[in-house]
Design a protein around this ligand. Sequence first.
Ligand SMILES: [Zn+2]
Length: 150
Amino acid sequence: MKEFVVKAIDNGTVIDHIPSENVFNVIRILNLENFDNQILFGTNLESKKLGLKGIIKMRNKYFEKDEINKIAIFAPQATLIKIKEYQIIEKTTVTLPEKIEAIVKCFNPNCITNSENITTKFTVLDKVDVKLLCHYCEKITDKENFIISK
Ligand SMILES: [Zn+2]
């Protein structure tokens, strides 16, 4: 019985291959704290691809592209699995876009986006080991420094 840790859902989306330490960041970035249906998640599950992984299952939830891009910031290798009536109907791998607006803060305290009401804008330099180049101050924010901007 492989599925006993996190049970199967009838309809919805499964996000698989999330780095274990980022499961709660993905929950926050997708605003799932306010999600009004079932959420099942697991952390530190064994994975051939990542060593340890996290997984999130949401009942009756399907994602739009901009939401998927948000997931990629914290889980660049995540797989999204769409489920209808217990059947997998689509499996996609997330990919970061070339540019990211809003979502995360620039780590540079002197950056104009941190002192004025300006939306952050980044160019994605590295899509796997996620590195973001700030459009305003040209400093690089990497995964050690991600703070979700709300
Ligand atoms: Zn900046």
